[in-house]
Write a protein of this length. Structure first.
Length: 83
């Protein structure tokens, strides 16, 4: 997960990036943490593997969370990574 700092009137965003050895996934962008956290919860991502976003907001673009997960197709759909 990457935090993308806003600049020149552009709001900050959170980007969810997924990798696989056999599939290519589009990066997902969320403008608010509530939507991102709701999506992760709906996909059944365990709470201890979700990012803790209640701390101070970074002031520059940075990776804020990384986790290795094996996701089922249904979870990928809920997250919006596949249609």
């Amino acid at each position: 997960m990457q935090f993308i700092a806003g600049s020149a009137g552009t709001p900050s965003q959170y980007r969810l990036i997924a990798y696989s050895g056999v599939r290519t996934f589009p990066a997902l962008t969320f403008s608010d943490t509530a939507e991102l956290m709701q999506r992760l919860e709906a996909a059944g991502i365990p709470e201890d593997l979700r990012p803790q976003l209640d701390g101070p907001t970074p002031n520059e673009t940075t990776i804020i969370h990384s986790a290795n997960l094996v996701l089922k197709d249904a979870q990928l759909r809920i997250l919006g990574l596949v249609t």
